[in-house]
Design a protein around this ligand. Structure first.
Ligand SMILES: Cc1cc2nc3c(=O)[nH]c(=O)nc-3n(C[C@H](O)[C@H](O)[C@H](O)COP(=O)(O)OP(=O)(O)OC[C@H]3O[C@@H](n4cnc5c(N)ncnc54)[C@H](O)[C@@H]3O)c2cc1C
Length: 370
């Protein structure tokens, strides 16, 4: 017999787990994850930085709200999720001006060199600094969500890939692995597989596109000082930050991919190391480990949160792109409020992916505007 829940969340990454903990105690919830472990895919592969000046305006709003929510929770935890770590952009005047917005202020190249002495003078002409940026202990955040959800009675089932989902009566019948579920609301937090899950559920795709991004931990001859900012090239050709005595580095690539267990490609890291050894004095000696994740985006580059316009009870929590952690708590807060209010938007005709995204976003903007 199928187990019945008010809400069935598909996807055990940061999106699904944040929502599970936001809903916990307010309704019956189950979360199903295809992999044997939670957060196996992109949510265990991030750079762990929350940057209020990064992304379109609505993402910046969501980031500020997420930082507020995580900081409030940090006050109750023995070890904080957040640790101050500024974010610095470098490049040409035009490239920095094009990327710098909102919470970022312009600084001189001399100030940038003082903050990050590993940069080589003359390799950039302009810089911007976001001092409201934080490092994020992602494993701790994920574990806290899981713990809160479990403590409030959420059922978390791993190793159960959703293979079928139909709208029956006023709810959903879902098959996942060997299990069967019934739920009033089906939440699509399936990351790179979000469109695939829509198809399985008989729901129109949104045109979400996964993009590869690789990162690595590398050994250096000259470690960065403790308070060093994360540094990113404004032309999106690299970023790096301190990671203890090592550095975390990325070529910042945005290469389209299908949904898959992405892996680094030969040459990616070698080219990046050569570049970083030209523009810094870090002296990268060895790549200790490299990984690739998928940043999944809607056509307008803005996360999607909202009930599907045509499929009653089907809630999208997807398209977080490169902002999945920094928008997570605000997105979960919004999603939980909408789901608990039973706020379906079926009366609004959707004319295509962009309009659906825009529709979801209208709610997002409304939610975080104060
Ligand atoms: C290199 C890199 C650096 C990044 N750095 C940052 C950063 O510094 N800050 C930031 O905010 N963001 C960053 N991001 C982005 C962030 O990691 C993502 O936005 C976020 O992890 C997406 O979370 P998710 O829960 O949507 O997806 P995922 O973590 O991929 O979770 C989706 C889950 O759904 C499961 N699933 C899929 N289909 C099914 C199915 N049919 N049945 C059951 N389960 C299913 C999958 O197995 C998966 O576990 C970075 C990303 C990369 C790749």
């Amino acid at each position: 017999m199928a187990a019945h829940y008010d809400v069935l969340i598909v996807g055990g990454g940061i999106a699904g787990l944040s929502l599970a903990s936001a809903l916990a105690g307010n309704c019956t919830v189950a979360l199903v994850e295809a992999e044997q472990e939670l957060a196996y895919h992109t949510s265990s592969r991030s750079a762990r930085q929350l940057i209020p000046s990064y992304g379109p305006a609505v993402v910046q709003e969501l980031t500020v709200r997420t930082l507020e929510l995580i900081a409030a929770r940090d006050a109750e935890l023995p070890e904080p999720v957040l640790s101050p770590r500024s974010f610095m952009l470098i490049g040409t005047e035009d490239a920095v001006a094009a990327e710098a917005s909102g919470h970022m202020r312009s600084i001189t190249p001399a100030e940038a060199l003082e903050l990050c002495p590993a940069l080589i003078p003359g390799t950039f002409r302009a810089a911007g600094l976001d001092t409201g940026s934080f490092g994020c202990n992602a494993p701790l955040l994920l574990a806290d969500h899981r713990q809160r959800a479990l403590a409030a009675g959420v059922d978390i089932i791993t190793g159960a890939r959703v293979h079928s989902a139909q709208r029956v009566g006023s709810g959903w019948q879902v098959g996942a692995g060997m299990e069967a579920f019934e739920a009033g609301v089906l939440v699509n937090a399936a990351g790179a597989w979000a469109d695939e899950l829509a198809v399985i559920s008989g729901v129109e795709k949104l045109g979400l596109q996964p993009y590869r991004r690789t990162a690595a931990i590398a050994a250096v001859e000259r470690p960065l000082p403790e308070r060093s900012p994360m540094v990113a090239a404004a032309d999106n050709s690299f970023y790096f930050r301190r990671d203890g005595a090592d550095v975390l580095i990325s070529p910042s690539e945005t290469v389209p991919s299908g949904p898959e267990d992405a892996k680094p490609r030969p040459g990616d890291m070698e080219r990046l190391v050569a570049r970083l050894n030209q523009v810094t004095t870090l002296g990268i000696t060895e790549v200790r480990r490299a990984w690739t994740g998928l940043r999944t985006e809607a056509a307008d580059g803005v996360p999607v949160a909202g009930f599907d316009a045509e499929a009653p009870g089907f809630y999208w929590l997807a398209g977080q792109g490169g902002y999945g952690f920094q928008t997570s708590a605000a997105m979960a807060e919004l999603a939980a409020a909408q789901i608990l209010a039973g706020q379906s938007t079926t009366e609004t005709a959707a004319t295509g992916p962009a309009s659906r995204t825009a529709q979801a976003l209208a709610a997002t903007r409304w939610s975080v505007r104060r």
